[in-house]
Ligand binder design. Structure first.
Ligand SMILES: [Zn+2]
Length: 805
């Protein structure tokens, strides 16, 4: 078994690689950075120590030590221990060892821990727990004869009270093997901790229970212990879960958040409490009756009273579970969660409005502050019926981004990806829809059948019949379900875009099968039962499909469906939906977002601004050049004001006399500088004789700095598209120098005045300081920044007699 194999150098290296930098060191004072730097010398001795422990030797004394520092929780009274959050600091070598064991244990637990525990294991999502609860509430809403309670268990400091002896016995019972037992035994014996209080380290305090905070194995040990209790509950005949066919939905757990969904409330609950009591005594787990909350469904007044007096638990109207506000009716979900969250967001936006952020700064606020909060809801609550809330939210966002003024850039461009020239302002609606696809994935793949059975408890057809063969028209009740309706609506909006032909993932067998209460898993998909014969696509022969069909008749039925589907043709290559959603197991949300975003901004690919620039400059700008500008060009600085200038240039943001004359019906539309020619955008930035002279001056100065000559191209000076014009080593300076020149022009935008040489020099000197900041922010060596500005410093000294400041 993998748990007991010798620890290899690669594992140690991997663990060191994984260490986060910048964290406080443990009691030995050695930081992760130290381990990374000395990796080569450390791996071998560390490997020996680790393997000796697996063989039964004691762990180094220092591994049992931790510093615990107490961080006060938000503004509460500071004289009570419970108002502090302990943060423990462990030694890095210990963490490396624990990390390796944790990785190994995870691989084993994925097969051992029941799917209804979703914490700490890869591929399991907290959102499934909420989805499960909502689905159960939907089912109980319709089946009014089913009396049920949902118990949201609060365990008293569950992590801290776990009994070590029990935990070790349990591992032994699981058959983890001697080596692994040794490993765990070595660290979970006589731990010591010292408190850091007011920067003073206290005497040692021995620790004899609880899982270790900050240690990567501790959550895994916790869920293995909890699994013992959950198995007792799952297997107990007296505890009745919510029944759908042969399936019984009794519980869901995420870390120490345990929820029980029970029918026959009185007997089931009493039995569960007994089991928890029995388990608690040996394992160190205690239910807190005051904090444990109960929602009921379909109970009469008398039944509620009886339940409360017999179990000692209190039935409430509202419960907060995994960050979601729940009641016994799902119709409240929108108001209690989305509305509530947005009210807070709006309040925050008003506060931030008073701070003077730049446009990009405000977009960053939306991205870093508003999006995560909404995204949490999108991922846990797929319940939106109408989409008009997005219009309202978008309006509030727009008001904030444009500071109450009229938007200058259209919403599509604002939300488009940066590498396509947008500003990457999050489009909340697309994020919601992307999250919907992450849920829809299960309908399409027909996986996670426990969710599917519950969600489709009253389905009359297979899932694929609803999503591909339009059976919603026949069984309208399909949409009488808060989750099904929400997901179906998103699906229908994108269906034709995503799959133009009969998709490869479609299972004609599942679609045409008479619906049973519980799903059969492993339905063959079209991509598994079709074959290509030259140009022709055909169904594989009966002989080949024998194992997948019931009998000859079944085969004929499928063949009929196949003939129908052939009319619109078959998708033979993998579609985007497959490559972005169905196949990958990670980053589905962001992949889908990018996909939907591309579609939603598709007609903007040839952006009007790009066309206008090409017309002005008189030759085409290659799309690649634009892309390069968006991808790398604007990144020369970390300063938003400078980047913003380039973006404003690209989108031709500045108002011109011509535009103003049009809007306000002014008689004069002449250039502010020369007052002779029509003041178009390009005239004011490039062709006006006065502006031309200004650029000539800047051009000459830059040549003086760089000490070589090059042609004066408008795209380089106005957009920072330097291409091969400026060699790499001079590019950073060139970008700053030209940006300075433009920002000065913008400063005197509506005046006759032009910036002077001195002003330009001063500005560039300013930027030199900023570049050093950029260097520091990006952790570049000071040499790089020095190199970028060397020529400019010489220029200042020689041409202007300015010593660097
Ligand atoms: Zn002019």
């Amino acid at each position: 078994m993998i748990l007991n194999e010798k620890i290899t150098g690669q594992e140690i290296e991997g663990a060191i690689q994984n260490m986060q930098l910048g964290k406080s060191p443990g009691p030995d004072g050695l930081t992760a950075r130290y381990y990374k730097a000395l990796k080569e010398w450390i791996i071998q001795p560390l490997k020996e120590v680790c393997n000796e422990i697996l063989e039964g030797k004691k762990a180094p004394e220092s591994w049992k030590e931790a510093f615990i520092s107490l961080i006060p929780k938000t503004e509460t009274e500071k004289n009570q221990v419970k108002n502090y959050r302990p943060i423990s600091l462990l030694n890095v070598d210990y963490k490396i060892f624990a990390d390796i064991l944790a990785k190994r244990l995870k691989r084993v637990l994925i097969g051992e821990i029941h799917k209804d525990q979703t914490g700490f294991l890869p591929g399991r999502h907290m959102s499934d727990n909420v989805r499960n609860i909502i689905d159960i509430l939907e089912l109980l809403e319709v089946n009014i004869n089913r009396k049920a309670v949902l118990i949201f268990v609060d365990a008293e400091k569950a992590f801290d009270n776990i009994c070590w002896t029990f935990m070790k016995k349990n591992l032994q019972g699981m058959g983890v093997g001697q080596g692994f037992e040794n490993g765990i035994g070595a660290i979970y014996s006589k731990q010591k901790a010292k408190l850091i209080v007011n920067n003073v380290v206290t005497e040692e305090i021995p620790i004899e229970k609880g899982t270790r905070q900050g240690c990567p194995i501790s959550p895994l040990l916790f869920i293995t212990v909890l699994e013992v209790l959950l198995n007792m509950i799952r297997g107990d005949q007296l505890v009745k879960g919510v029944q759908v066919g042969a399936r019984n939905y009794k519980l869901r757990a995420f870390a120490d958040d345990l929820v029980l969904t029970l029918q026959q409330p009185d007997t089931s609950t009493k039995r569960v409490l007994e089991l928890i009591e029995i388990f608690g005594q040996v394992a160190g787990f205690k239910l807190n009756k005051q904090k444990t909350k109960v929602l009921e469904k379909n109970l009469t007044m008398a039944e509620k009273e009886k339940f409360q007096s017999e179990t000692g638990l209190v039935i409430t109207k509202k419960v907060k579970y995994l960050g979601v506000n729940l009641t016994s009716k799902n119709v409240n979900l929108f108001k209690d969660n989305y509305d509530k969250c947005w009210t807070e967001v709006k309040k925050d936006l008003e506060t931030w409005s008073r701070l003077k952020f730049s446009l990009l700064g405000r977009i960053a606020v939306i991205k870093m502050n508003v999006l995560p909060r909404m995204l949490f809801l999108f991922q846990t609550l797929q319940i939106l019926d109408k989409m008009d809330c997005f219009k309202r939210w978008q309006k509030d966002i727009s008001k904030f981004v444009w500071q109450g003024k009229k938007p200058r850039i259209n919403f599509k461009i604002l939300t488009d990806a940066k590498d396509r020239g947008g500003f990457a302002l999050p489009d909340l609606r697309l994020y919601y829809e992307s999250a919907a696809f992450c849920w829809l994935k299960q309908w399409l793949l027909l996986e996670n059948t426990d969710i599917l059975d519950l969600e489709g408890y009253d389905n009359r057809f297979g899932w694929h019949a609803y999503i591909w063969y339009d059976k919603v028209k026949i069984h309208k009740g399909f949409k009488n379900h808060i989750v099904r309706k929400a997901l179906y609506n998103v699906w229908i909006r994108y269906k034709d875009l995503l799959e133009g032909k009969t998709p490869r993932w479609l299972s004609p067998m599942e679609a045409k099968e008479t619906k049973k209460l519980n799903m059969e898993s492993k339905w063959p998909k079209y991509c598994e039962i079709l074959e290509q014969d030259g140009e022709r696509v055909k169904l594989q022969s009966y002989d080949k499909l024998k194992s997948k069909v019931r009998d000859w008749l079944h085969y004929l039925q499928i063949n009929e469906v196949f003939k129908q589907d052939r009319k619109i043709g078959f998708q033979m290559k993998r579609s985007k939906l497959e490559t972005e959603l169905l196949e990958p197991n990670t980053k589905n949300l962001s992949r889908m977002y990018n996909l939907l975003l591309k579609w939603n901004t598709q007609d903007e690919t040839v952006k009007s601004a790009m066309i206008k620039w090409a017309q002005d400059i008189g030759h085409d700008i290659m799309f690649d050049d634009w892309e390069r500008l968006w991808n790398t060009g604007v990144k020369f600085t970390a300063c938003n004001a400078l980047r913003e200038n380039i973006m404003k240039m690209i989108y031709r943001w500045y108002m011109t006399p011509v535009k103003l004359a049009k809007i306000y019906h002014l008689p004069n539309n002449k250039c502010w500088k020369c007052n002779e020619t029509e003041g178009t955008f390009y005239h004011l930035w490039w062709t006006c004789p006065k502006i031309k002279a200004y650029w000539e001056m800047i051009y000459n100065e830059i040549k003086k700095v760089l000490k070589w000559t090059f042609s004066k191209k408008p795209e380089a000076f106005l957009l920072g598209m330097v291409g091969q014009l400026v060699p790499r080593k001079d590019r950073v300076f060139f970008m700053y120098a030209t940006t300075a020149a433009r920002i000065l022009l913008a400063k005197y935008w509506k005046t006759q005045q032009l910036p002077t040489l001195e002003e330009w020099q001063a500005k560039v000197i300013d930027y030199m300081g900023m570049a050093e900041m950029t260097g520091r922010i990006r952790d570049q060596g000071s040499e790089t920044v020095e190199e970028d500005w060397k020529k400019f410093k010489i220029y200042l000294k020689n041409c202007c007699n300015i010593e660097e400041c």
